[in-house]
Design a protein around this ligand. Structure first.
Ligand code: SIN
Length: 355
């Protein structure tokens, strides 16, 4: 069994191409096979990302007839947030799907644009960016950091959790909130009068349980599968931000793959992306129901006035952070999604379950 590392040389790649040509049709016996792709991520298997990774693994197994083996490591089993990006750059793992908020500390600030509150009015608007030229040119920026961006996946729209019901900006005042490593998310919490605390995803449950932080934000599927609802009394249906993942591979590994295998992997990833998109909204609704049914965490439905007050308090974050994420990028997203975020007072949409 050969596992590609970033040190993989051209000679080895040639051997693999030769192996492909010489091995019997559909064979898995050529030198260097199976090629192993370690796919590490930080969430539970029963989430859009977890299911997407598993679906990709299965497609690759079938379509390469075992020549490529994807090994999925969920739940920060191998690495936490920051460590997994370093491991990818070093070639210790070959594939990741980090939340785009986590690229900022590497110097890739543009991805934090997705963290701007109420940037997108729903999945259709978000997909205009993630499926289009703006998303493609963002992914290209990752090449300078030793990784190749292949696609965006949906996590979902985020809700806030806390031990008190959060309706309006004044409810957040003085509370400590865990955020991902994004300056935009720090600014978001400050705009609400809260105190942001950056923390790895795998540490949040315990921090909520012990009161190190008072609240957090993520998608309902993450809240449910990480059991945050067991240590938070309220989940407020703020639906205030779109959470995206970027699927990234180690560039040296990727570039050294035989072209036919790379094409098969790309096609499998496209299919896995459509699969994730076909279920993320539904999973979100199911997770909200499961949280409600648990009886441990109250789902707080916000009035139109509550939601408008949150939106008005958070809107200035767009202009505050425009230089950081790139003013041109932000303007191009506004015009591609045809929203006029600078003046808009429209109340944000909610998942079907709470309408
Ligand atoms: C993830 O969904 O990958 C983690 C999200 C978070 O860190 O909040």
């Amino acid at each position: 069994m050969h596992c590609f590392k970033s040190s993989l040389g051209a000679q080895t790649a040639l051997l693999i191409v030769a192996g492909l040509a010489l091995s019997p049709a559909c064979g898995t016996e050529g030198p260097g096979f199976p090629i192993v792709i370690k796919f590490s991520h930080v969430v539970a298997p029963d989430t859009p990302k977890g299911k997407g990774a598993e679906y990709f693994r299965k497609l690759v197994q079938e379509r390469t007839q075992g020549r490529v083996k994807v090994e999925v490591y969920p739940n920060s089993q191998l690495y936490k947030d920051k460590e997994e990006l370093e491991a990818l750059q070093l070639g210790s793992v070959q594939m990741l799907a980090p939340s785009v908020s986590k690229f900022g500390p590497m110097g890739v600030k543009a991805f934090e644009v997705f963290d701007l509150p109420y940037l997108f009015d729903g999945y259709a608007a978000a997909h205009k960016i993630t499926h289009g030229p703006i998303g493609a040119s963002m992914l290209k920026q990752l090449r300078a950091h030793g990784m190749t961006g292949l696609a965006f996946w949906d996590n979902g729209f985020k809700e806030f959790t806390a031990n008190k019901p959060l309706h309006r900006p004044e409810d957040f005042k003085g509370l400590k909130f865990r955020v991902k490593s994004s300056k935009v998310l720090e600014a978001q919490m400050r705009a609400l009068g809260a105190i942001p605390q950056v923390m790895a995803f795998s540490e949040v449950y315990q921090a909520l349980q012990t009161g190190v932080v008072d609240g957090a934000e993520t998608s309902p599927t993450n809240i449910y599968t990480q059991k945050w609802h067991e240590v938070q009394k309220f989940m407020s249906m703020s639906h205030h931000g779109y959470d995206a993942y970027a699927i990234v591979v180690n560039s040296r590994f990727w570039d050294s793959l035989p072209a036919d295998l790379r094409a098969t992997l790309e096609q499998s990833l496209n299919d896995a992306t459509r699969y994730v998109e076909s279920m993320s909204a539904r999973d979100e609704v199911d997770a909200i129901s499961a949280i409600r049914d648990s009886g441990k965490c109250q789902v707080v439905e916000l009035t139109a006035e509550d939601r408008l007050s949150l939106r008005r308090a958070l809107q200035p974050v767009h202009q505050q952070m425009a230089e950081r994420v790139g003013r041109d990028l932000l303007e191009s997203i506004y015009s591609a999604t045809r929203s006029d975020q600078k003046q808009s007072d429209a109340t944000p949409p909610l998942p079907v379950a709470v309408r």
